[in-house]
Design a protein around this ligand. Structure first.
Ligand code: ZN
Length: 284
């Protein structure tokens, strides 16, 4: 199943997008895709309702696509998780996953405008595979226990301001949490429809120029390792998002570096998970 949310910000309607493009209204099953939906077996209820045709069509002509789930409890991000990206960043290949957090308020729809923050000179892009947690993961015994905790996958853009992140002292948070810095979607594809999360192609274009390409097989720490690892330090809860790192080709790694300015267009996507198209605008 593909879970999507359509409508104005804060008023999105939960929907299911079928393979032919038909959109179904999920509201007979849930008022939204919030943590409780995942925690209470909502995915099974929704699948069953779709199968017995208990959810009506939804006409979304002209509607905005929102982020495919409501504000998660947390967004956990993994830094430098692709070998070539660590090299272009002139950082060492990490011996353990590099972990940082992104606030849930950064989450926006896949085609929403991305704001260039005030006083920013180094706003950058990062296409990433996002994992949606479906059941609590805490102190998992081994990576073999991880995948049963996954509800689905989505495309994420871990937008980053490199000067705020790397040159202003402290942790990375200042460069990762600006408004609109986490476009997500177009939808969550449920885990049963993603045969191998470690064999997905990723791409990102800026103004029609291909700048990032990669495959999730190049991850230093694969998804099952990341969930097991994170569960040793924090409780992963239903609805939480994990941004699993970006492949090479970010603006900061180009020679000379290149950063986003208002009016740029980003297009990014992952095999089977859809694509996003966003524009950059000056922060209000
Ligand atoms: Zn990232």
């Amino acid at each position: 199943m593909k879970l999507a949310r359509y409508g104005d910000p804060g008023r999105e309607v939960p929907a299911v997008v079928l393979d032919g493009g038909q959109v179904l209204d999920a509201r007979p099953v849930t008022d939204d895709y919030h943590p409780d939906f995942f925690a209470s077996g909502g995915l099974d209820r929704l699948r069953e309702a779709v199968q017995r045709q208990a959810v009506p069509d939804l006409d979304v002509t002209g509607w905005r696509l929102g982020a495919p789930l409501t504000r998660p409890g947390k967004i956990v991000c993994i830094g430098l998780n692709y070998r070539q990206h660590a090299i272009e960043s002139e950082m060492e290949i990490p011996a353990e996953p590099i972990v940082f957090l992104k606030t849930a308020s950064t989450l926006v729809g896949p085609n929403d405008d991305v704001h260039i923050p005030r006083r920013s000179r180094k706003t950058d892009w990062e296409v990433e595979l996002a994992v949606v947690i479906g059941t609590v993961a805490s102190y998992l015994d081994s990576p073999a226990d991880s995948m049963r905790c996954v509800a689905g996958y989505a495309v994420s853009n871990d937008v980053s301001e490199r000067e705020f992140q790397l040159e202003r002292g402290g942790q990375w948070d200042k460069g990762k949490n600006c408004a609109t810095f986490n476009p997500c979607g177009p939808w969550v594809v449920t885990a049963d429809e993603v045969e191998d999360p470690q064999d997905l192609d990723l791409f990102l274009d800026v103004n029609d120029q291909r700048l990032q390409t990669g495959n999730t097989s190049d991850m230093i720490f694969p998804v099952d390792h990341l969930i097991w690892y994170l569960s040793q330090f924090m409780v992963l809860e239903p609805g939480d998002l994990i941004n699993t790192g970006t492949p090479a080709g970010v603006g900061h790694g180009l020679r000379p570096p290149r950063y986003l300015v208002a009016g740029d267009r980003m297009e990014l996507g992952i095999t089977g998970l859809g694509a996003q198209r966003s524009r950059t605008v000056a922060s209000p």
